[in-house]
Write a protein that binds this ligand. Structure first.
Ligand SMILES: [Zn+2]
Length: 54
């Protein structure tokens, strides 16, 4: 009985300009806190911290 509840789609938002990137799958098992990722932002033209939008 495989369940898919461990993963959910989240939208990540640039903490500097507010740019949103398309939903990414998040592993709820490993990530119980709000997700934060370093990603390249095309608006800031640099790598910035993206935070889960809720
Ligand atoms: Zn940005």
């Amino acid at each position: 009985m495989a369940k898919k509840e461990n993963r959910s789609l989240v939208t990540l938002k640039c903490t500097e300009c507010g740019y949103e990137i398309r939903p990414t799958s998040k592993n709820k098992k490993n990530t119980t806190e709000r997700l934060e990722l370093n990603k390249y932002c095309p608006t800031c033209k640099k790598t910035v911290v993206f935070r889960e939008k809720k």
